[in-house]
Design a protein around this ligand. Structure first.
Ligand code: MN
Length: 492
């Protein structure tokens, strides 16, 4: 599995021969200095590498071709220190397959009052060059990110860092394999989808493996392996159960599923309580543990939410807020304290936990299997988003809603699962109206670590529809947006 440190981004600067070799030397030196200093801020999750100054059509095309085929290169960042005629970039940019950021910056922060003359203007004309450079991408309708600002500004460098995580999310998508244990839950619509369509669009390889194969893996797990994992459980969690056998079985499931996922190179998986043939328990603790390690998960065969969870977790690597598979369960509708209560049958990722999770064992009303162990905890408060990828028939739509997570207002001592409580934007009822209007599912990815802006950037690069429900969204404005989007997407 690749991590953020395994990726780099190419810094490609635009210029031309018009200004003489001295100017080009200065441009190259400064570009190298900018890359070095931005790397040194510690604000970039991946390395930025100054690659070249493009002065000819051949250089533009060769650089793009090299970027396309370099496995480490997750994206290209361009900037024009001087003027760089964009017809020479056209053929190259048409071939670009990597995420593209146009960084509209300039080397100097201020205009040197007495120092400015025409030589200075020829060297420092990013305002001029970046417009020429930006036009050609607009003309080509390229999906791109534009970030403007001074390259030493921490906010600006932070935004580049956020975009780098988006580009990594694109690479993760393009290489993602999802392991399905069993099919989707019978008769459920929103968890279904076109698996060929999703592979064409998002590159996800979604395939199934027999539950019986997993049972073979479970049976092969040794006591010593389980003992070692139980030690880790004791370190990380409070045991609130005497049913150690149930916990040990979950440990076996965790070990077995991880082995199978790793053997096939899968970073996401699904299962369903309707198909646990030969298994003693529905994986609860086991699925929660795998999510905490970065694997995507979706309940009831929901491979879309599983894959999205894996992608978002990869984008949020190293952040501390948490990302989890989530489900809208029930509401608090009393005036003035209107909240959604999110949970799942068992499987909420402990990365959201406000305090040390407890391992508990309780009966499960459905599935007809033994009482499964699971982690029980409260989600911590803070601003977050929920995401739902839905299949609209012929295209995919990513629905995103801003939420404010709060400490659950009730203790709920008899609720045997992890719980998260939040206020949807713009408010609970309007938020629900908008969500339902957009076709958002009951399963979501809840994340504190990746922003709506980043998900919009990701959706733009992947070429899918993005719908954002914010504090300013009204059902009327959303209805109009969805209607126009339907027309626009039919034309694509
Ligand atoms: Mn569910």
């Amino acid at each position: 599995m690749k991590t953020l440190k395994d990726y780099e981004f190419w810094f490609v600067v635009g210029s031309q021969f018009l200004y003489g070799p001295e100017v080009l030397d200065t441009v190259a030196k400064r570009a190298q200095e900018m890359a070095d200093k931005m790397n040194a801020t510690g604000l970039l999750p991946c390395k930025i590498v100054y690659k070249t100054t493009v002065k000819t059509p051949e250089e533009a095309t060769d650089t793009v071709k090299a970027a396309n085929f370099d496995g480490r290169c997750a994206g290209v960042i361009t900037w024009c220190h001087t003027f760089s005629p964009s017809k020479m970039w056209l053929n190259g940019l048409k071939l670009l397959q990597k995420p593209y950021l146009h960084f509209a910056t300039q080397y100097n922060e201020s205009i040197p009052d007495k120092g400015i003359d025409m030589d200075f203007m020829n060297l420092n004309q990013a305002a001029h060059g970046d417009r020429e450079h930006g036009f050609i991408a607009a003309r080509l309708r390229m999906p791109r990110k534009i970030i403007a600002g001074y390259w030493k500004d921490k906010t600006v460098v932070g935004r580049i860092g956020d975009w780098m995580r988006v580009a990594v999310g694109v690479d993760v998508s393009r290489n993602l394999k999802v392991m399905r244990f069993g099919d989707n839950m019978r008769n459920v619509a929103v968890t279904e989808g076109d698996k060929v369509g999703v592979q064409e669009k998002l590159c996800w390889q979604v395939n199934t493996w027999p539950v019986g194969k997993l049972v073979e893996y479970i049976d092969a797990v040794t006591d010593a392996e389980v003992d070692a994992l139980m030690k880790e459980y004791k370190k990380l969690y409070t045991f609130n159960t005497k049913n150690i056998d149930s916990v040990r079985y979950q440990a076996k499931e965790e070990i077995a599923m991880k082995k199978m996922l790793d053997a096939e190179g899968c970073m996401a998986f699904t299962n369903t309580f309707e198909d646990l043939y030969g298994m003693e328990q529905l994986p609860g603790l086991a699925s929660q543990r795998l999510m905490a390690q970065g694997y995507g998960y979706g309940g009831e065969g929901d491979w879309k939410v599983s894959a999205m969870t894996a992608v978002v977790k990869a984008m949020g690597e190293g952040k501390k807020g948490g990302t989890a598979f989530m489900e809208d369960y029930t509401y608090e509708l009393a005036k003035g304290k209107e909240y959604s209560l999110g949970a799942h049958m068992l499987e909420v990722c402990p990365s959201l936990a406000a305090a040390k999770p407890k391992i508990e064992v309780h009966p499960l009303g459905i599935g007809g299997k033994a009482d499964p162990a699971r982690l029980v905890f409260e989600g911590h408060p803070g601003d977050a988003i929920v995401l739902s990828l839905v299949d609209m028939g012929g295209r995919y739509r990513l629905v995103c809603q801003d939420i404010k997570v709060v400490k659950p207002i009730y203790k709920m001592p008899n609720l045997p699962v992890a719980r998260v409580m939040w206020q949807a934007m713009p408010n609970l009822t309007t938020g629900v109206e908008c969500w339902i209007q957009a076709g958002g599912a009951h399963h979501t990815v809840l994340t504190f670590d990746v922003s709506a802006e980043q998900m919009a950037d990701w959706a733009r690069i992947m070429g899918i529809e993005f719908v954002h429900i914010t504090k300013d969204t009204t059902p009327e404005s959303l209805e109009k947006e969805l209607f126009l989007a339907d027309l626009a997407w039919k034309l694509r």
